[in-house]
Design a protein. Sequence first.
Length: 330
Amino acid sequence: MTLRIEEAPFWSDIDDGPAGGKAVWVHTADGVRIRVGAWPLDDAAAARGTVLLFPGRTEYIEKYGRAAGDFAARGYATLAVDWRGQGFGDRMTDNPLQGHVGRFSDYQLDVAGALAAAEMWRLPKPWHLLGHSMGGCIGLRSLYDGMPVASAAFTGPMWGIALSEPTRTIARLLSSAGTRMGLGKLYAPGTVRDAYVMIEPFEGNRLTNDPEMYDYMRRQTIAHPEYALAGPTLGWLHEALKETAEMAQMPAPDYPCITFLGTREKIVDVPAVHRRMESWPNGRLELVETGEHEVMMDTPEVRKALFDTMCAHFDAHGGADQGISTALRS
């Protein structure tokens, strides 16, 4: 099926990324309009490949402009996506602040749209996956589906949500019952009603140790309040808990993988990340000392070490004969 792709706005005034950033609207197979952006390299002939960056819940393309700059300095183009229900993608409820999805598998339709844009732009191969937070959950499922990448990296991946076991049980029961009763588009209990960076001060935040990076996120949301996303719905919570529980029972996919996890991570399920990486035969877990959830948006020293290590991983698995996973060769 050929997807409809049209030119879309790209906000280069706030991304702090490499020159040449651009975006398109992609109409997915189920008719939802998402936005896909890219920062190609000036010298495509010297490119080492492309990073397919899957953002987390509440995020948007331009938030990763600085990350795109870090990748460009190391020879990589970058692609990012506004998932359905956030950024400039179509919102899924009448209240645009609610984070909602009908089924978690719907995100794979967005992945197909992102890959179609990457092919249209002829972004250099091999491609490498980078999934952050919810994007790590979506990306892991994409690997199981045979995504055409040479390797994978994750930061603070949502392979579970940070809940105590009693709270997790209650959340499963409540979200499941609420969804069955037609209440899936109500906010999940205890969730915020505005963008996190707009209501939480830097002191004590759960995202980054770097005040300038926190201000970078705030400035972007102030400049474009359309980006703002608040808490998730009962439906999103139900789908997320179901998806992470199902994949937790599956063996690691056949891709080389590196995962970065802050030692102060408070948003995703830390034991779930450790269990996954301990069972990943060609995987490695890198702990980021004192890191919070957004390790790609930490202090300059942490960022440099992280991007150096991540790109060394991509370099090591970027040979011509490694352009696709062995899972696709069978």
